[in-house]
Design a protein around this ligand. Structure first.
Ligand code: FRU
Length: 508
């Protein structure tokens, strides 16, 4: 039998040494899933998250809290929101209510309002309808302590089984708040003047998108198109199961929003895959991600973080002391493609490199068949940027490995015109039948003569950003021994145009 609650290793320090992420946020102890309520204020990025402080599997949900000023060094704080008689505290968002529209401010400090889902387990057990409602809480000390609003819930359930994960944004054009909320297979839109009284305005998604599971954790925001400066609306919509590789995944839609209705661009529809969707990440481990609110206009970035796991096996991954890791924070951008359609590009936030040592730079282009990308043994987390040229109809394989037989392979297959990730040779004992180790194959549908990769590797994760983030693959893996070396090889000569290898300082 597979053991889910006992460490595969003999003691916690061994587990920590092998598996504790160095540059990704993990709680010191116990279970974490979705990122929640992220906002920026006075130089600090706040991250809340679904948290169960008493176990290393999912349980009665709280909001945990961590902050960072640079996206690498995280400080964990006390629990922000506890379950109460209305239920567990499920996912949601937070906004800075500058104009005190909620009336919850005290006149001295600007109120932060968290909007979350109450999940009533008792009602659910009794088989009653409507056990998910929306509640709010407010903080008058920049997010460190919270009071629940006395009049909760602020949005009761209209008779839907799944009715959760409110993301609230300020609608600048119409001077009011807007909420997107997920139900079984749709996104619902609500509006409010004061964050307390909500009015239903529209729904989206019945006839588009993937529908093999439950829609969860939506996000809505505007992005400027890099090439033209025009603005488009983007809707993120996670789904579980029904992701591109089974289990959890996050789809997105690009279009317009008129204050009431979200409509997808005609050109966007060209890109839908066989599931009727376009995905933010084609790896198996980026779920329920949403973006930070209140990032200053002068900064202008749309900043994202996701939960680096998959509901198919999240509660079985072989860490015992804690379970759950966030992705590296990413910046999302919109790009206009040659065929007139738009795509989201994601790249790691630039702050990642502030805390880094540049370990190696290639001085001039190198023609080769093999390359020691990490330049010897690497004891820490590694980030590298590499661009390849003169590629032919060959397979280009990267291998992140140790000298004891563990190896994570990924690369470009220019014969089958695919990108692949293979975690089948990463050696931890099997912990879940659902943790698929078979090769993940993504169809690029063309041969690449050039390729640029940015890759972030931590103890148990790899995040691959292809061609400036046009395609992203996030995967977790559990080696038996520490991984230390990155190499790249092919059968025929190719050119390495650029290579930069960085060591990012660990925060743990
Ligand atoms: C997504 C999710 C949300 C829900 C939360 C519960 O991973 O299922 O829909 O609010 O997790 O922890």
């Amino acid at each position: 039998m597979l053991k889910s609650s006992k460490s595969l290793y003999n003691n916690i320090s061994e587990e920590n040494r092998l598996y504790r992420p160095q540059i990704h946020f993990t709680p010191k102890a116990k279970w974490m899933n979705d990122p929640n309520g992220m906002f920026f204020l006075n130089g600090t990025y706040h991250l809340f998250y679904q948290y169960y402080p008493e176990g290393n599997v999912w349980g009665p949900m709280h909001w945990g809290h961590a902050t960072s000023k640079d996206f690498i060094n995280w400080t964990e704080h006390g629990i922000a929101l506890y379950p109460d008689e209305l239920g567990y505290i499920f996912s949601g968002s937070a906004v800075v209510d500058y104009n005190n529209t909620s009336g919850l401010g005290d006149g001295d400090s600007v109120p932060i309002i968290a909007i979350f889902t109450y999940h009533d387990p008792e009602k659910e057990k009794r088989g009653e309808e409507g056990y998910q409602t929306q509640g709010i809480a407010y903080s008058l000390d920049e997010g460190f302590t919270w009071e629940k609003y006395q009049g909760n819930p602020v949005l009761s359930n209209p008779g839907l089984k799944d009715f959760r994960d409110p993301k609230v944004i300020w609608d600048e054009e119409r001077n009011r708040w807007l909420m997107v909320l997920s139900t079984y297979a749709e996104t619902l839109f609500y509006r409010s003047e004061n964050l307390i009284n909500w009015k239903y305005v529209s729904s989206f998604g019945k006839d588009i998108g993937a529908h093999e599971g439950v829609w969860e954790c939506p996000d809505l925001f505007q992005l400027e198109v890099n090439e033209t400066g025009e603005k488009k609306w983007v809707l993120l919509q996670s789904i579980n199961p029904g992701g591109p590789n089974g289990g959890s995944g996050t789809q997105y839609f690009i279009g317009g929003f008129d204050g009431e209705k979200f409509t997808v661009d005609r050109s966007f529809k060209k890109q839908l895959d066989e599931n009727g969707a376009v995905w933010l990440d084609y790896g198996r481990d980026n779920y329920a991600g949403v973006t930070w609110s209140n990032v200053p206009k002068e900064d202008g970035r749309r900043l994202f973080i996701g939960w680096m796991s998959n509901w198919n096996y999240a509660d079985k991954v072989p860490t015992y002391e804690w379970r759950g890791t966030m992705t590296i924070p990413r910046e999302l951008k919109l790009r206009l493609k040659e065929d007139g359609s738009y795509i989201i590009k994601s790249l790691p936030v630039k702050e990642l490199f502030n805390n880094s040592d540049l370990m190696y730079t290639l001085k001039k282009p190198l023609k080769t068949t093999i390359c020691d990308v990490s330049k010897g043994s690497f004891e820490s987390s590694i980030v590298f940027k590499i661009s390849l040229d003169d590629l032919s109809s060959q397979v280009y394989t990267f291998s992140w490995s140790n000298n004891k037989g563990d190896s994570l392979e990924f690369g470009l297959d220019n014969v089958s015109e695919t990108f692949f990730i293979d975690r089948s040779k990463v050696g931890a004992p099997k912990f879940s039948d659902q943790f698929l180790t078979e090769k993940l194959i993504y169809e690029l549908k063309k041969q690449y003569k050039k390729l640029a990769l940015e890759v972030v590797i931590d103890k148990t994760s790899i995040e691959i950003f292809l061609n400036e983030g046009e395609h992203v693959f996030t995967e977790i893996f559990f080696p038996k021994y520490k991984m230390t070396q990155m190499s790249l090889f092919s059968d025929k000569e190719f050119t390495i145009k650029n290579l930069k290898t960085y060591k990012i300082k660990s925060y743990v």
